[in-house]
Design a protein around this ligand. Structure first.
Ligand SMILES: [Zn+2]
Length: 283
């Protein structure tokens, strides 16, 4: 029997560390002006989210009692424009504040970051970094073997290629949905018939039939794919909140989970899943 080796797909370029900080220009002013300043900043600058810092709150209490500190922007020219347009305010002081550049991805990072500057945390973005236990790995190996047993051609192409997909409930070890797209990838190949899209459709139909209340389709489910999925399918898997994706054949033409992109490591997404590559060694 062929041996299946499971390895996690991590972004080698993701050298960015939560410890990295960025200097923001900030203004400090009497707390009585808090809501007026918030309104003014909203009207005259981009939101922190639009600047790429949606994990930071705009304002916090200053060290001096009765005063507030608000982030303006990393760019000094934005601060100058804000100061020039701000209605005259007594005791306005400008300063620079070092804040965490990237969103926290664990509760621990959130707790530490929040102590420096108030933060927003998406628990769904928390990615476990624990190693796979033996039972997990054994389940992955046997599911991969089952997936390959169904005889998909598993060719690489633009899009997802010809392939098959299982949605698995790892708690029960059952395949919840399966789908295959064996259509040769041509311009005539309908976009929505990629195997992952079809499998999600099956889960959705089952949920409707059972009146399942969870608005996310695949919470805690794992998805097995013969070929590394394309960007469309990888995003659909984000939206359906899958827990892990395991694929066999890498797709250097359009794979979004390690070959062309590392979509699963994007910190800006409010849900991330772990990705594993299964390598098959002939007996
Ligand atoms: Zn696809």
């Amino acid at each position: 029997m062929a041996a299946v080796t499971i390895t996690e797909v991590e972004d080698p370029a993701s050298g960015r560390s939560f410890e990295e900080k960025i200097a923001f220009h900030a203004i400090e002013f009497p707390a009585a002006h808090g809501s007026a300043v918030m309104k003014f900043l909203s009207a005259t600058t981009l939101t922190l989210k639009d600047m790429g810092y949606g994990h930071l709150k705009r304002m916090k209490k200053a060290e001096t009692a009765g005063r507030l500190l608000a982030l303006v922007a990393p760019d000094a020219s934005v601060l100058d424009a804000v100061i020039a347009a701000l209605p005259p305010m007594e005791e306005l002081v400008t300063s620079q504040v070092l804040v965490h550049k990237f969103a926290p991805s664990t509760k621990d990072e959130f707790a530490r970051g929040n102590a420096d500057w108030p933060m927003v945390f998406h628990p769904n973005a928390e990615v476990a970094t624990t190693v796979l236990d033996d039972a997990d790995e054994a389940q992955m190996q046997s599911m991969v073997a089952r997936l390959l047993d169904i005889g998909t051609p598993a060719t690489v192409a633009n899009g997802c290629g010809q392939q098959s997909c299982f949605v698995v409930n790892p708690a029960s070890g059952l395949v919840v949905a399966s789908a295959a797209d064996w259509t040769p990838s041509t311009v005539a190949n309908p976009l929505m018939q990629h195997a992952a899209m079809q499998a999600l459709e099956v889960v959705s139909t089952q949920d409707l039939a059972k009146s399942v209340a969870d608005s996310y389709l695949c919470t805690n489910y794992d998805v097995y794919m013969a070929v590394e999925p394309c960007v469309m399918c990888s995003m659909a898997l984000v939206h359906s909140r899958v827990r892990r994706v395991i694929y066999v054949t890498k797709n250097p033409r359009s794979g979004a989970l390690g070959s062309c992109h590392f979509l699963h490591t994007q910190r800006s997404l409010n849900h991330r899943y772990r990705v594993f590559h299964a390598t098959i060694t002939a007996p």
